[in-house]
Design a protein. Structure first.
Length: 289
């Protein structure tokens, strides 16, 4: 375990060193671009603007502006050059094989090409082309009751990327009912807690161009229950990043504000059951081992 911790720390430092070098190069490019009148902003200017299951479901009953969502998603991402640096250093930057990972949307690194690089340079066999949940991709041995892939008796929440956040589909067993036909409110809150933390961790990873998400914990969360949550029915959980707040104060940690909604999927219609707003704080460099 100690060797694993040391190795993970060294890889994290290498990634941060590569990121610093990439940012320095970007600043130099921006300075050159600023020297000529009328030149468009360089990549550093674009980067500085960043303030940062299984089955898919239909859009909610309310109008869903996917173009706006895609634009908001890019606000929280680093520049494509930073992901290319990580890739060249041998990191698997997109283990979930998602087309919405910033290495794809910002750097144009297709999951297949990343696998080919791993095979050629490190002899690593390519993973399945099927998209994985963020839990399966980054913490396959986690025993978290709400979202751990290794928690056989847990809720088994599986969250996938959508523009600007994450989405999960789940059905809850009747054993979690507080009353007949009504899921316990604490179980619903657990879903929000896990899904929100993953949304925050992925947001921080994307913003800093890191190979793995950092450790985050819930700082505060307000949950509003609109309707009772039924057991053994298809539910959809969605999240959206609201704000990423970095702190310049020594000892302070970055926080991410996340909005979440739980829907009952009724064919082509979705009924809002509960919503939550949470603030999640970064506590460590690695989410789990």
């Amino acid at each position: 375990m100690l060797r694993t911790l040391i190795a993970a720390g060294l890889r994290q430092r290498a990634a941060e060193a590569g990121l610093a070098a990439c940012r320095a190069a970007a600043v130099g490019s921006a300075a050159c671009a600023a020297g000529s009148a009328g030149s468009p902003p360089g990549p550093a200017a674009a980067a500085s603007e960043c303030s940062s299951s299984g089955s898919r479901s239909s859009p909610p009953s309310q109008p869903w502006d996917w173009r706006r969502m895609a634009h908001s998603s890019s606000r929280w991402c680093s520049s494509g050059a930073q992901w290319e640096v990580l890739r060249q250093q041998g990191f698997q930057v997109n283990p979930c094989n998602s087309k919405l990972h910033p290495s794809v949307t910002e750097a144009g690194i297709e999951p297949d090409s990343e696998e080919e690089l791993s095979v050629q340079e490190a002899g690593i066999e390519p993973d399945s082309e099927e998209e994985l949940s963020v839990q399966e991709a980054y913490t396959p041995e986690s025993t978290c009751w709400g979202c751990g892939p290794a928690a056989a008796d847990g809720l088994m929440l599986r969250s996938y990327r959508i523009p600007g956040g994450l989405e999960a589909s789940i059905e809850l067993h009747p054993k979690y009912c507080a009353f007949p036909g009504i899921i316990n409110g604490g179980v619903v809150s657990a879903l929000f807690d896990c899904h929100g933390n993953w949304t925050a961790a992925i947001a921080l990873m994307d913003k800093a161009a890191l190979p793995k998400p950092p450790l985050t914990l819930t700082y505060e969360m307000l949950t509003t229950f609109k309707e009772t949550t039924p057991p053994a029915e298809p539910l959809i959980l969605r999240s959206q990043i609201v704000r990423i707040k970095e702190s310049d104060t020594p000892g302070s940690k970055a926080t991410v504000q996340v909005d979440m909604s739980l829907y009952h999927s009724l064919g082509g219609h979705e009924k809002l059951l509960a919503s939550a707003t949470g603030i999640f704080k970064k506590l460590g460099a690695l989410r789990a081992l």
